[in-house]
Design a protein around this ligand. Sequence first.
Ligand SMILES: Nc1ncnc2c1ncn2[C@@H]1O[C@H](COP(=O)(O)OP(=O)(O)O)[C@@H](O)[C@H]1O
Ligand SMILES: [Mg+2]
Length: 219
Amino acid sequence: MIIALANSKGGVGKSTLAVHLAVWWQEQGAKVTLVDADAQGASSIWLHEALPQAAIFRLQSPDDILDRMPGLQRDFKQVVVDGPAGLSEVTRAILLVSDLALLPCGPSVLDLRAAHEAIRVVRQAQAIRHGPPQAALVPNKLQVQYRLSRELLESARSLEVPCTDGLRLRQAYADAAGQGTVVWRLGPRGEAAASEIKGLFHGLFRPEPKDDAGSVANG
Ligand SMILES: Nc1ncnc2c1ncn2[C@@H]1O[C@H](COP(=O)(O)OP(=O)(O)O)[C@@H](O)[C@H]1O
Ligand SMILES: [Mg+2]
């Protein structure tokens, strides 16, 4: 399965989710690779620290992505693609090969507007491919104030894209990035973040393929 992290904005959590998802798949026993399609290379450096044995590819042009992805799909059970910020040709190429596009999205109105643009580009890919990629918004950096997150969820509903459980704004995510690790390796101070992000992954990708109702992993 090819899972892309995409959005038109930077700083929304694409690389954070990509690295955590790659490590999580590895711990589930899946043969996983990370494709870092962002020229800044943040996630490839981070994942190399967190998982030195990980297979990591840096593909930064649409041709690279379209040429190499079928082979990676053959060789790996899970391919996690960390996209660049923006709706460039690279992002469009990623959406033409992905099975699932996760769209992390911050909690502000501006973030939602950016997500709206990304959803438009997802729809273009879906029309060309007569279906895929599936897409889901992942609200990130949610503040404790309930009202804000409810607003986000309601606006997300109006975008007609499923919305996953959100991730709260937590120091642990920033710490994990700084230390080249994942939140569930931070000990007690990473516990809340760990259960939140693992819960998100379990909700998206049930480990048991038999009971797959509601899970996108086997859809
Ligand atoms: N839920 C969160 N809580 C706190 N900080 C976060 C959270 N998600 C991401 N960050 C921080 O926000 C910054 C941008 O995240 P990143 O994953 O690099 O976004 P992107 O790849 O979309 O540009 C990083 O410094 C990261 O540590
Ligand atoms: Mg990034």
